[in-house]
Design a protein around this ligand. Structure first.
Ligand SMILES: Nc1ncnc2c1ncn2[C@@H]1O[C@H](COP(=O)(O)OP(=O)(O)OP(=O)(O)O)[C@@H](O)[C@H]1O
Length: 216
């Protein structure tokens, strides 16, 4: 479903990770771990196609990935239902009812996204995954702002997705209680990767127009 082979990636013109490889099959979850700054977000962005790899190969199903980044990326002036219907229309995905139910948003359906609490916004951001209809979820710290009950809802949604043949690549520092493989990125740190005593990024490093992309 998703194969990453000998992948090297960079951020701001500096090498971050070198030689990463894994296979994610239908029904599987792969958890990315590693200390702050090791390159989890950079790897996810590269796999999601937001930035090109420096080297290596990524084989993914065409139009098969749904990426949820740190930011919720909601349409603030639209209601919960309008946000989900918007994304469902963009992706041509399934109706929104299951997404509302799975993330306990039924009672909030008419509320403007801008008036949701941080955890409610995060639940809405994650609910969008269900309306994409896409098989491979690429998730960057998906449980930030979620309380314990909401983390459990999220884990249930991932389990249901995988039971239906989907898969998920997740960067997280917490234990989600999922049956999953774990890949620690620490051994893949590139030589000269940014760190405590790292060089400044090159002044001519290309700017990244998608750096704030919240959801794809
Ligand atoms: N826009 C940028 N320009 C230059 N360097 C960046 C940029 N964004 C991140 N970096 C650097 O790239 C390295 C990898 O960052 P990345 O966000 O991928 O790490 P991470 O493992 O996701 O970290 P965390 O656990 O803190 O979220 C870090 O050293 C970071 O300082």
């Amino acid at each position: 479903m998703l194969t990453v082979d000998a992948l090297s990636c960079a951020r701001g013109g500096l090498a971050v990770l070198h030689g990463v490889g894994f296979v994610l099959n239908p029904g599987e979850v792969l958890i990315l771990r590693g200390p702050n700054g090791i390159g989890k977000t950079t790897l996810l962005r590269t796999v999601a196609g937001l930035q090109p790899p420096v080297a290596g190969r990524i084989d993914a199903p065409a139009e098969g990935l749904a990426y949820a980044a740190h930011a919720d990326g909601l349409k603030a002036q639209m209601t919960v239902v309008e946000n989900l219907e918007f994304w469902s229309a963009i992706f041509g995905g399934p109706p929104i009812d299951e997404a509302l139910r799975a993330f306990d948003l039924v009672g909030l359906r008419s509320r403007l996204a801008q008036n949701l609490s941080a955890g409610q916004k995060r639940r809405l951001g994650l609910a969008r995954l269900l309306v994409t209809g896409r098989p491979v979820w690429i998730l960057d710290e998906p449980t930030v702002s979620l309380d314990r009950a909401s983390v459990a809802l999220f884990a249930d949604a991932v389990r249901a997705h995988c039971a239906a043949g989907g898969s998920a690549l997740i960067a997280t520092h917490i234990d989600l209680g999922l049956q999953a493989e774990v890949l620690d990125l620490t051994p893949f740190r590139a030589e000269g990767a940014p760190g405590e005593a790292s060089p400044r990024p090159r002044a001519d490093a290309p700017t990244d127009p998608f750096d704030d992309e919240a959801f794809l």
